[in-house]
Design a protein around this ligand. Structure first.
Ligand code: MTE
Length: 311
């Protein structure tokens, strides 16, 4: 399976947006970021706001990737394999009504609609680095709460060891499903302790607004110490499992895409060095950090494991 590399967006070299300046100001002055008051020019004119939001202490202070790039340079194969296709085609996705089932090794299987998900726990802003296996990265102000809050609601049994995420599988809404580039529906997985880790975010928005369709509306997962493909978009089911699930990418090419896929500059992908990355909007490449810079928080999850073998 070859992942195509499209050219970078024209706006990748634009100066920081007003949002970034406003955010720096809020960082210094207030815990509550009144994102809904931001100048509309930086954001979608129509997307509902999720603010005001508390900014998580787990956020990075790095410069944000402009909203225009975050929402136009995407990987979402259900809408095409080129970077600009999700933004062009994802308007056919209907993020409402929407439900997410939690099932499998749980005492209480549950189904949540979107309003219930939005109210389940306090939404916060989490600014995370996103590192794609293709060698580019972004800094994105996600909105959500720890995935553990949702999983706990279903009361996992003692046998639950893994969590599988399953994306919507509806060719009427997702034209890319008609092409067999992956074995649909898109599936990804985490070990249960990874899924319950405080960094793992059930994500309902970005830049203070609901998720743009092309970024995985209305709900996705973000595990920032892993390559971006682990962060499944437009999730309809979360399954607690005894056995390690096989993700879509591993099924497509097991020698290239491992289950763990922790960002690791010391282990190259067969076609791409992982030692450096190109931050969208920057000219020079920068060093890629172990676990994408989150080693202090997550390295202990892998104590004693050979991460070359468990790539
Ligand atoms: N989820 C689904 N359902 N389908 C996809 O094609 N692509 C993954 C991930 N989640 C993908 C997906 C990849 S390869 C990356 S890098 C990130 O989404 C990109 O997220 P973004 O477009 O919001 O930056």
């Amino acid at each position: 399976m070859r992942v195509k590399f499209a050219s970078e967006p024209a706006s990748a070299i634009t100066p920081p947006e007003i949002y970034a300046a406003r955010r720096q100001f809020l960082q210094g002055s207030a815990a509550l970021a009144a994102i809904s008051l931001l100048p509309g020019s930086a954001l979608s004119a129509t997307a509902p706001s999720l603010g005001p939001l508390r900014k998580s202490a787990l956020s990075t202070n790095e410069k944000l990737t402009p909203f225009s790039d975050v929402s136009s340079y995407n990987n979402f194969y259900e809408f095409g394999t080129d970077k600009d296709e999700p933004a062009k085609h994802a308007q056919s996705l209907k993020p409402r009504p929407w439900t997410v089932r939690i099932e499998g090794e749980v005492q209480k299987p549950r189904t949540f609609d979107l309003d219930a998900l939005l109210k389940l726990a306090p939404l916060e802003e989490r600014v995370y680095r996103l590192r794609c296996v293709e060698g580019w990265s972004m800094v994105i102000p996600w909105v959500g709460y720890p995935l553990s809050e949702l999983i706990r609601q279903a009361e996992p049994t003692g046998s639950a060891k893994y969590v599988e995420f399953i994306t919507l599988n509806d060719a009427k809404q997702m034209p890319g499903l008609n092409s067999r580039v992956l074995d649909w529906p898109y599936r990804e997985g985490l070990r249960l302790d990874e899924a319950m880790h405080p960094l793992t975010l059930l994500t309902l928005g970005l830049y203070g607004q609901v998720l743009p369709n092309q970024n995985g509306a209305p709900v996705r997962v973000v595990a920032p110490w892993k390559y971006g493909f682990k962060s499944a978009k437009s999730i309809v089911a979360i399954r607690l499992l005894r056995e390690q699930p096989v993700s879509s990418w591993t099924r497509a090419n097991p020698s290239e895409y491992g289950f763990f896929s922790n960002v690791n500059p010391a282990v190259d992908h067969p076609r791409w060095s992982q030692a450096k990355e190109r931050r969208i909007g920057e000219f020079l490449k920068r060093e890629t950090l172990p676990f994408n810079g989150y080693a202090d928080q997550v390295a202990s999850l892998y104590a004693g494991m050979d991460l070359r073998k468990h790539f």
